[in-house]
Design a protein around this ligand. Structure first.
Ligand code: FAD
Length: 404
């Protein structure tokens, strides 16, 4: 008989887990997926493209309804799991229903952090995490509206780009001294700022938001230095926090995220966590690739195969049309590393490769990013670059031709 496996969350991690598991061991588990959002799983990464009106909502659906039913999955979307009761091995839903489980995969993702400043609850202050948020932003962002995006990380920049493309006047307010400081060095971040400004986006750095003000709805963002920025819409993209409440209620080990071992198992046997809600070896990832790697390892483990998750090397691509940015690994360059730099200000191109001994350990690319994945492969594999070191910064074609 199939063992009941309950997957909680119907996002990118859940879809990939079901795909990998049914490919390896179709029928071994009777799978039920519970998802709070009232729709089939979709590609969250493309929300900014939806906002920018580059793709439609239906185009970002990950798999059609029949894909789930062909795999025998019971799909309960628009339903929220509220508790796990390990003593009777049942998951409780908000509507009172309960589901039996032999195993659980928590894939509850994360939610946007709301700043602790006055005015966060005003109408017109929104976050950017799901299709519901996109609908709220679209409703508020009429053509010519003044939009302030709080947060100059990947998400904030993509929200800013989507809003600017849809006709809003956009200002980014960022606490740090450079944009995307978790992925870019000062040079690339400076080039990015210039490129955004050339697209009509205003950028405030070292800017701490101290409040959002308005009568009945958001009308201005106040900064610590006294600046007031008028706003019809405020998008808060100031970071994410893993959804750990269910795990907390079930007394699972939690730090920032739900603690998992190399099998993605939580502190309780038979309950696993993957994706943005999980914390592995001290790291909570906020990107799709680690999420998919974890889903693959968990699927293999559940299918009875030997599999371990060793952690992921992070890589990021900014999806702002016409602004190509790529970053991977140790992009700043820790002590003991060397840096190979190619810069052409005329072409707005910049490339920095970070080398440790014979290995490539990090990369930042601005402008020409076509070799990003090749550099990423070299970083991940740890292969020796000795034979191509002189030419590696000029790109794959030249480096491999000369090495041949
Ligand atoms: C606008 C945007 C752009 C992004 N761009 C990139 C990018 O370019 N590259 C990249 O790598 N990553 C990007 N990301 C991050 C990426 O989308 C996430 O890393 C990925 O979605 C994580 O997958 P997940 O399944 O862990 O979480 P999610 O996809 O968030 O899925 C979790 C799901 O669980 C549901 N849920 C939570 N609690 C419950 C409950 N109690 N009961 C039932 N359901 C529940 C949630 O409603 C949600 O639908 C972006 C994210 C956003 C928002």
């Amino acid at each position: 008989m199939s063992e009941p496996l309950v997957v909680i969350g119907n996002g990118m991690a859940a879809m990939h887990l079901v795909e990998e598991l049914t490919r390896r061991a179709l029928g071994r588990y009777a799978i039920a997926v519970i998802g709070e959002e009232p729709r089939l799983a979709y590609n969250r990464v493309l929300l900014s493209a939806v906002l920018a009106q580059e793709v439609s909502r239906s185009e970002i659906e990950l798999r059609p309804a029949r894909w789930w039913s062909h795999r025998g999955v019971t799909l309960l979307y628009g339903r929220t799991a509220t508790a796990i009761d390990p003593t009777i091995r049942r998951v409780r839903l908000a509507d009172g229903a309960t589901l039996p489980y032999a195993r659980i995969a928590l894939a509850t993702g994360s939610r946007p952090i709301r700043l602790r400043v006055p005015g966060m609850e005003l109408p017109g202050v929104v976050t950017f995490r799901d299709l519901g948020d996109v609908a709220t932003i679209e409703a508020a962002a009429r053509r010519g509206a003044r939009a302030v995006v709080i947060g100059g990380g990947l998400l904030g920049l993509e929200a800013a780009h989507g809003l600017a493309k849809a006709g809003s006047q956009v200002t980014i307010v960022h606490l740090m001294d450079r944009l995307m400081e978790r992925q870019l060095d000062a040079r690339a971040a400076g080039m990015l700022k210039k490129a955004l400004e050339a697209r009509g986006v205003t950028v405030h750095l070292n800017a701490e938001t101290v409040g959002i003000y308005g009568k009945g709805r958001a009308q201005a963002v106040a900064l610590k230095d006294g600046t007031q920025i008028e706003a019809d819409l405020v998008v808060v993209a100031a970071g994410i926090r893993p959804n750990v409440e269910l795990a907390h209620g079930a007394n699972l080990g939690i730090d920032r995220g739900i603690l998992v071992d190399d099998h993605l198992q939580t502190s309780r046997p038979g309950i696993y966590a993957i994706g943005e809600c999980a914390e592995h070896r001290g790291v909570c990832y906020g990107l799709v690739e680690p999420t998919y790697e974890q889903a693959r390892v968990l699927a293999a483990h559940l299918a009875g195969e030997e599999a371990h998750y060793p952690g992921s090397v992070l890589a990021t691509n900014l999806k702002v049309s016409g602004v190509n940015v790529f970053s991977a690994g140790d992009f700043l360059g820790a002590a003991g590393t060397e840096q190979l730099v190619l810069s052409d200000p005329g072409l707005d191109a910049y490339k920095k490769l970070v080398v440790l001994g014979r290995r490539l350990v990090g990369a930042v690319l601005f402008g020409d990013t076509v070799d990003g994945l090749w550099y990423l492969d070299l970083i991940r594999s740890g292969a020796s670059i000795e034979a191509i070191r002189d030419d590696i910064v000029f790109g794959r074609t030249l480096a491999e031709r000369k090495a041949a």
